[in-house]
Design a protein around this ligand. Structure first.
Ligand SMILES: [Zn+2]
Length: 385
């Protein structure tokens, strides 16, 4: 199947997305099972699951995936309006049914290009996280991204001796008499009792969490890709009772196999929050180079991350007071408080041309106080010895 040709046919039939450059397109590197495809706004690229590169699936079904992802260039979210646009694709429902049953019947995947080594053969904890058996997505829905970090809660409060920082942690849930790996991370802070932080005085919310790690130090698996760790009754007693144990408690050989399975993992993962490397990405999909138009587009976009990408473009082309303060606000909306303050400092080295009436001295002061205060409160537990 020729992805470029299918994309061109779609554009010829359904029209070009106004104001946007045509994206690149390719098969995914990993075995994408959580989704059929993805539109990567930050590099204007459509990725199609490599599992669809087979004659078991019709070209029409693949075209429907490409159509869907192409339309995501205009709108990130699956709004009613987006769904209405999907109906314009001739045979959309039929194609969807075909894809659904193909993925349901898939039991084996071809070997995919694996990513870099994820875990080392060293001290590792197994930690059972909060999970509602009636909602298979609940373990990742309970995780939150804020200020470059992921936080979440355990199933139970932990024994006191586990308070502290750990080199490696494997996150699990228990379901149907088995324990499953749902993710892993390095450099994890653990709190025996949930840590409660109230950032309301800085105009952010309240948060409870048992664990925290830098987003780029970990991975979260999608429900179809969780790894079976074994039957629950084969798990160590401490894990069963307290929801936590050392990986070595499984036995040396099994512990080694678990690390190996993780390092060979070649399915797609859940992208929660923003990859630190994506924070500086530009909205290369957008055609306009006009500062005012870019700011307007950023305001209109339904995604905070996209607004940030649009303003990255505005700042590069027109560095100045207005573009930088607009970007500071976008970074704050993305929960990137420390980055937001850096932009304010930069903005103040320019003269306030084309500025939004909102940006008074009082506003700037309050904005910085909120960002710095929220950030400090949030990372406090990382600075304890
Ligand atoms: Zn979609």
């Amino acid at each position: 199947m020729d992805l470029n040709k299918i994309l061109n046919d779609i554009i010829n039939t359904y029209g070009k997305n106004e104001g946007y450059n045509v994206p690149d397109i390719s098969w995914s590197d990993e075995n994408m099972i959580g989704r059929y495809g993805e539109y990567q706004y930050w590099n204007n690229r459509i990725i199609v699951s490599r599992l669809l590169n087979t004659d078991k699936v019709s070209e029409k079904a693949v075209a429907s995936v490409i159509y869907h992802e192409y339309k995501h260039q205009l709108m990130k979210k699956h709004t009613k309006e987006f769904e209405k646009t999907m109906r314009l694709f001739d045979g959309y429902d039929k194609a969807n049914k075909e894809l659904e049953s193909y993925f349901e019947e898939l039991s084996e995947y071809p070997p995919a290009k694996t990513q870099n080594k994820k875990m080392e053969n060293k001290s590792t904890l197994i930690l059972r996280i909060r999970f509602d058996k009636n909602d298979e997505d609940s373990y990742w829905k309970a995780l939150e991204y804020f200020d470059h970090r992921i936080v979440g809660c355990c199933d139970l409060d932990l024994p006191e001796e586990y308070e502290g920082k750990y080199e490696q942690v494997i996150f699990t849930i228990d379901a149907n008499g088995h324990s499953f790996i749902t993710g892993w991370a390095r450099n994890v802070f653990l709190h025996a009792k949930p840590r409660h932080i109230d950032m309301k005085k800085y105009k952010y919310g309240e948060m409870d969490y048992h664990f925290k790690y830098k987003r780029n130090d970990g991975q979260i698996l999608l429900p179809p890709g969780v790894l079976d760790l074994g039957t629950l009754d084969s798990m160590p007693q401490q894990y069963i009772q307290k929801g936590i144990c050392k990986l070595e408690a499984l036995g040396k050989e099994d512990a080694k196999n678990v690390i190996e399975a993780i390092n060979l993992y070649d399915l797609d993962v859940h992208e929660l929050g923003f990859d630190d490397n994506a924070i500086d990405c530009e909205a290369i999909a957008i055609e306009t180079t006009d500062a005012k138009e870019l700011i307007e587009l950023a305001h209109k976009d339904d995604s905070a991350f996209r607004s940030l990408c649009i303003l990255n473009k505005a700042v590069r082309l027109h560095p100045g007071y207005a573009t930088l303060l607009e970007r500071a606000m976008a970074k704050e909306a993305c929960g990137l408080l420390d980055n937001a303050v850096v932009d304010v400092a930069l903005a103040l080295s320019y003269s306030p041309e084309m500025a939004n009436a909102k940006f008074t001295d009082t506003w700037i002061k309050k904005f910085c106080t909120n960002c710095i205060g929220g950030h400090r409160l949030y990372i406090q537990d990382e600075n304890q010895p």
